[in-house]
Design a protein around this ligand. Structure first.
Ligand SMILES: Nc1ncnc2c1ncn2[C@@H]1O[C@H](COP(=O)(O)OP(=O)(O)OP(=O)(O)O)[C@@H](O)[C@H]1O
Length: 241
């Protein structure tokens, strides 16, 4: 679904991503793992247009999206969350949902806010993420885990085909992680493809179909969890053995 070829990004003397030729499989739960600083977030930012590569290409299905702006890429059907949750803290939960939809023109945005059909759709996603009872609360009143669920619910308002999650379980309590995994599995069964960056290995190995491993900016192996888990290159990357 996403194919990158020879993707590269450097910051001064640091090469954050190098030789990244990666395939994100359609219809699957794909995971991207690797030690701290191995280039996962930079790779996400390159794919979603937040930063431009020094060289290499990114394709979404058959479309070359290299260097396109984030909103143009989002319009094609890519939705993403951030490692440090991005919501509007002083807006209510429902308002966060209504401003999140895939609209860039102010007129359309304002039309969505009072639109009963949009409000119903927003409530539907809040129900699915289990935070519908917080609808009128300001987003900052939610626990960190609930804020991450809100961010995902807001992403779902745009009905993305591919959903990229950056450390969805980071700082989230085990009960909410379980809810999140169930939701990811259900959404995947309904046709959404996932690419998830995550350090929680139990979560990654338990739910993913395809795991891509980065080390020092480059992909070192990819495959089903069982294969990746026993790959000596992965053990070396993590343990430095
Ligand atoms: N804007 C930037 N300026 C300078 N260096 C950067 C920048 N962004 C990333 N880097 C460097 O690039 C490398 C890869 O960083 P990146 O955040 O992509 O790794 P990561 O695998 O997502 O790490 P983590 O698991 O800790 O989130 C690191 O050495 C980092 O310090």
């Amino acid at each position: 679904m996403i194919t990158t070829a020879g993707l590269r990004k450097s910051y001064g003397g640091v090469t954050a991503v190098r030789d990244a030729t990666v395939e994100v499989l359609p219809g699957k739960i794909n995971a991207l793992i690797g030690p701290n600083g191995s280039g996962k977030t930079t790779f996400f930012n390159l794919v979603t247009g937040l930063i431009k590569p020094d060289s290499g290409t990114v394709h979404y299905r058959d479309t070359d999206i290299t260097g396109r702006s984030p909103h143009r890429i989002a319009h094609l059907g890519l939705g993403r969350t951030f490692q440090l949750c991005r919501i509007f803290p002083r807006m209510t939960v429902l308002e966060n949902m209504l401003v999140a939809v895939r609209r860039t023109r102010l007129r359309e945005l304002l039309a969505g806010i009072g639109n009963p059909a949009e409000i119903e759709r927003a409530r539907g996603w809040l129900r699915r993420t289990g935070i519908e009872h917080m609808e009128t609360a300001e987003a900052r009143e939610l626990s960190y885990g609930q804020q991450k669920l809100l961010e995902l619910a807001a992403v779902l308002m745009a009905e993305p085909e591919l959903i990229l999650l950056d450390e969805p379980a980071g700082g989230v309590n085990p009960a909410l992680i379980e809810r999140l995994v169930t939701l990811i599995r259900e959404l995947n069964a309904e046709g959404h493809t996932f690419l998830v960056v995550e350090h929680n290995m139990d979560m990654v190995m338990g739910m993913s179909d395809h795991v891509i491993v980065f080390d020092r900016g480059a992909p070192i192996c990819a495959g089903p969890p069982r294969q990746v888990r026993s790959d000596p290159r992965v053990l070396e990357a993590y343990l430095g053995v």
